[in-house]
Ligand binder design. Structure first.
Ligand SMILES: *[C@@H]1O[C@H](CO)[C@@H](O)[C@H](O)[C@H]1NC(C)=O
Ligand SMILES: *[C@@H]1O[C@H](CO)[C@@H](O)[C@H](O)[C@H]1NC(C)=O
Ligand SMILES: *[C@@H]1O[C@H](CO)[C@@H](O)[C@H](O)[C@H]1NC(C)=O
Ligand SMILES: *[C@@H]1O[C@H](CO)[C@@H](O)[C@H](O)[C@H]1NC(C)=O
Ligand SMILES: *[C@@H]1O[C@H](CO)[C@@H](O)[C@H](O)[C@H]1NC(C)=O
Ligand SMILES: *[C@@H]1O[C@H](CO)[C@@H](O)[C@H](O)[C@H]1NC(C)=O
Ligand SMILES: *[C@@H]1O[C@H](CO)[C@@H](O)[C@H](O)[C@H]1NC(C)=O
Ligand SMILES: *[C@@H]1O[C@H](CO)[C@@H](O)[C@H](O)[C@H]1NC(C)=O
Ligand SMILES: *[C@@H]1O[C@H](CO)[C@@H](O)[C@H](O)[C@H]1NC(C)=O
Length: 466
């Protein structure tokens, strides 16, 4: 009798717990991709030949140099018509729209000398793969404002195959390039374009703000190495929505610098909204955080994600030596099918830029809410591993329903948090049902708002709730 009364008590709590409702996507609403430029030129006016053989790097550079004179007159458009436009790396300017026609394909050169070597990022201290510099991305931008890359689903093809071979054969001299990298830029729109076969991560905004990536397709073979889709890195106010991504590594992964270099550069990724994404990944995760996170990652919302046939669903990667934090993460409404590990938190990911990192620089991982998850044909529900002496805390799961093959379905260590309505039953450290004092991200915001203390609500949640 006593036992069933206790059970009834638990059920009553379950029914009354206030978990967050919808966090709408603030940064998506504010952004406008519809700027019309008063001037336009076509790449053929600068001698480009779209035969897939002629190298057009000079034509792109000359066209963009010419368009500089329109920067203070509302900007200009560089139009790329139907054709196969082979090129090496080129750089964008402010107030520019790079516009691709439906059957336009910009193709990256397979000669590595067409991808110049540039300095490492200050927050990484060296190239991500190799010490020293790194190859500049195919389409590059530095210190820009108001730049748009768009088109009627035209294609940007990195011909990554040759880079993956160099990687496998250890023939690289420098870290592989991205398809697009924008550094220190603000007001960036990337929409209605398809990216294929990136040598490395496809889209890399770093030290940027006000970035919109909408309605893009990113494709690379499921076994291609490190072909992440979109990697916002030390960037803020970013919206990523309505994308299909199928690649070899993480589809979307939020980063902020590497060990001692990221700690001293101290530039976080914050205010990022990701929604309406579908896809699959060979060896990565649908949505990931880290492992480079030394500048901190916070105020992230991820909603409406459909993932299939992948290794990981949701992933947090960090390590002693990273320092920094990952906090205030809200993940909601994720469907997964045929995913090997639905949720994975790795506290000892390793991978350091050099041996000068501070082993005592422990990351703070807290207030991660994962809600409304359905998974079918899941291998393991979760491997949730913090760091000894550095528990990851306020990890909250609500309404998570997974059909899991493995036994036990969850493995947990050095982790604390809360849950309700999770099946199969979670490991013990997360079994506690959250109450009024529980600090589950989102939950906290709602409870504070109800009590009228709105100044205490995190600005991110507060605005999103309006
Ligand atoms: C960045 O652009 C601003 C003007 O927009 C200019 O004043 C500044 O010198 C530029 N910085 C670098 C490092 O190019
Ligand atoms: C998405 O992009 C395609 C072309 O790539 C376009 O036809 C379609 O209208 C776009 N969808 C939205 C919602 O903008
Ligand atoms: C854009 O092109 C890619 C590759 O050809 C295709 O997979 C995708 O469905 C297209 N997207 C739209 C919106 O037409
Ligand atoms: C690496 O450097 C060597 C020697 O300069 C050069 O022959 C080779 O092509 C380079 N490899 C790549 C992938 O650029
Ligand atoms: C997930 O599946 C449910 C039905 O099981 C559906 O209502 C929902 O729209 C799906 N969400 C996504 C993001 O695919
Ligand atoms: C499940 O996903 C794996 C890749 O993770 C794939 O090889 C396999 O074919 C998928 N199974 C089904 C039934 O789709
Ligand atoms: C649980 O999540 C599913 C979607 O995954 C949603 O349809 C359902 O309403 C949620 N249930 C509760 C009690 O919130
Ligand atoms: C760390 O979490 C474990 C449960 O995973 C708990 O038993 C332990 O007391 C926690 N340690 C500290 C110092 O809070
Ligand atoms: C993040 O968003 C909040 C609320 O909109 C704003 O107050 C804050 O300044 C933003 N942070 C950054 C770095 O832009």
């Amino acid at each position: 009798m006593e036992r069933s009364a206790a059970l009834f008590g638990v059920l009553l709590v379950l029914a009354t717990v206030q978990w967050p409702k919808a966090v709408s996507s603030l940064y998506c609403k504010e952004m406008d991709s519809g700027v019309v430029r008063p001037h336009s030129v076509t790449i053929t006016e600068f001698g480009a030949v779209g035969d897939g053989v002629t190298l057009n790097t000079k034509a792109f550079q000359n066209a963009i140099f010419y368009l500089n004179s329109f920067a203070d007159k509302g900007g200009a458009e560089l139009f790329v018509p139907k054709g196969r436009w082979l090129t090496g790396s080129f750089s964008l300017i402010s107030h520019l729209t790079l516009s691709l026609e439906k059957d336009a394909i910009i193709i990256g050169s397979t000669d590595s000398s067409d991808w110049p070597v540039i300095d490492p990022l200050p927050s990484y201290g060296r190239g991500r793969e190799l010490p020293g510099g790194r190859h500049q991305s195919l389409i590059f931008g530095y210190n820009l404002t108001d730049v748009i890359i768009t088109g009627g689903n035209g294609t940007i093809d990195g011909q990554g195959g040759i880079w993956w071979d160099w990687f496998h054969n250890q023939a690289l001299n420098y870290t592989r390039p991205h398809l697009i990298e924008l550094m220190y830029s603000t007001g960036v729109v990337i929409s209605d374009v398809t990216f294929v076969n990136s040598p490395f991560w496809a889209i890399h905004p770093v030290y940027c703000s006000q970035v919109l990536v909408r309605n893009v397709t990113i494709l690379a073979p499921l076994n291609s190495p490190n072909t992440d889709g979109i990697d916002p890195d030390s960037s803020s106010n970013v919206c990523i929505e309505d994308c299909y991504i199928s690649t070899g590594d993480d589809l979307i992964v939020i980063k902020s610098g590497w060990d001692e270099y990221g700690i001293s550069f101290a530039r976080p990724s914050t205010n990022i909204s990701v929604r309406h994404i579908s896809g699959q990944t060979g060896t990565g995760a649908g949505i990931a955080f880290g492992s480079e996170m030394s500048g901190g990652i916070s105020e992230i919302s991820v909603e409406d994600f459909h993932l299939m046939n992948s290794l990981h669903g949701i992933r947090i990667k960090t390590s002693p030596g990273r320092g920094g934090y990952i906090r205030n993460i809200y993940i909601k409404n994720i469907n997964m099918s045929n995913v090997t590990i639905a949720i994975r938190i790795t506290g000892r990911y390793g991978e350091h830029p050099d041996d000068k990192y501070d082993k005592n620089a422990l990351p703070i991982i807290e207030r991660i809410t994962i809600q409304d998850i359905v998974g079918v044909n899941i291998g393991t529900g979760g491997m949730l591993e913090g760091i000894q002496g550095d528990n990851f805390s306020s990890i909250c799961l609500s309404n998570v329903s997974l059909s899991v093959a493995s036994n036990p379905p969850w493995r947990c260590s050095y982790i604390q948090g809360y849950s309700n309505l999770v099946s199969p039953e979670l490991c013990e450290p997360l079994r506690q049902v959250p109450d009024q004092s529980a600090v589950c991200y989102g939950n906290e915001g709602l409870l504070l708002q109800e009590s009228g203390a709105s100044r205490l609500v995190s600005p991110f949640l507060k605005m999103a709730l309006l």
